[in-house]
Design a protein around this ligand. Structure first.
Ligand code: HEC
Ligand code: HEC
Length: 243
């Protein structure tokens, strides 16, 4: 009886092997279809605070069909533009220009760049960009000069246009202080211990005037910022509601 079972198992495995065999050749190989080939990590090394660095990265289509780049997205402070055609024939090379703004940054910085393409093994390819930003001991830049101008303005100012209170905060403040005031790159504003020690005048002054050498610009239209007194007061009121 035992021997029969063994024979049976043996036959099953042989049959299994035979039927499995053709599948090996059916498998998608790395070269089939469109295939984006690019580095995973770019290390720019040391950069001085406030400098804008440009970096060119080559990529290629290592596949057998046309590679189509639909979009390239980069995290804030970073832009990525495909200089070559968005469609690469098999074997063709392309070039990406990455621009990194080190405004208000210090220490180790890591940003991501995402390629959306028709490479179905990797439709969203993420590459990492790292750099070390050297800041002077007492930086003296004016955050408003950068944040309120150029393309920074489209997010850091325009998203608050004509708004007050909660929606104004969720338009232009959450980026650095967190959606619920929990803090992000800048301090937590909804922290109960913090709120115990501040009053309206203190918050108003900070938001209206900001502080030189930090990413906090003076938002008051009296200091060249985009916000009216009514908008500033609505933000103070909004923050104090976290108490
Ligand atoms: C497309 C919208 C958009 C644009 C344009 C934009 N930002 Fe931002 N920014 C964000 C968002 C969202 C965050 C929060 C999350 C993050 O860090 O990506 C942020 C966060 C920040 C921060 C705090 C976090 C950090 O990385 O230090 C700074 C400083 C900043 N932006 C500066 C700038 C400057 C300077 C420019 C122009 C060169 C700019 N931003 C352009 C959307 C934008
Ligand atoms: C680009 C980043 C950024 C944006 C946007 C931003 N802040 Fe700030 N904010 C900072 C930094 C940096 C500081 C100072 C250092 C810290 O607190 O981390 C600060 C400080 C403050 C303080 C004082 C904190 C203290 O130490 O007592 C308040 C209040 C404040 N911000 C409110 C706001 C409000 C309201 C908005 C929206 C109108 C806003 N911030 C937008 C980065 C930002």
């Amino acid at each position: 009886m035992k021997q029969k079972w063994l024979l049976c198992l043996c036959l099953i495995s042989i049959l299994g092997c035979l039927t499995n065999k053709p599948q090996v050749t059916d498998q998608v190989t790395d070269e089939e279809g469109p295939r984006l080939k690019i580095v995973d990590l770019i290390d720019i090394g040391e950069v001085e605070q406030g400098k804008t660095v440009e970096h060119l990265v080559k990529f290629s289509n290592a596949g057998s069909e046309d590679l189509k780049i639909d979009e390239v997205q980069a995290s804030c402070g970073c832009t990525a533009v495909v200089l070559s055609s968005n469609v690469l024939a098999p074997g063709e090379e392309g070039e990406l220009k990455i621009t990194l703004d080190t405004f208000a940054k210090k220490g180790e910085i890591s940003k991501t760049i995402t390629f959306f393409s028709n490479d179905y093994l990797m439709p969203e390819k993420i590459i990492k960009l790292v750099t070390m930003v050297k800041a002077p001991p007492h930086p003296q830049f004016d955050a408003g000069e950068t944040l309120f101008s150029g393309h920074c303005r489209s997010c850091h100012v325009d998203k608050g246009k004509g708004l007050i209170g909660t929606s104004l905060y969720l338009g232009i403040c959450y980026q650095c202080h967190g959606v619920d005031g929990e803090g992000n790159s800048a301090r937590a504003l909804s922290d109960p211990d913090y709120l115990k020690n501040v009053d309206e005048a203190y918050l108003y002054k900070w938001i209206a005037e900001g502080e030189r050498g930090t990413a906090m610009p003076g938002y008051s239209d009296k200091h060249g910022g985009p916000l009216s007194e009514r908008q500033l007061n609505s933000l103070v009121e909004f923050i104090l509601e976290w108490r």
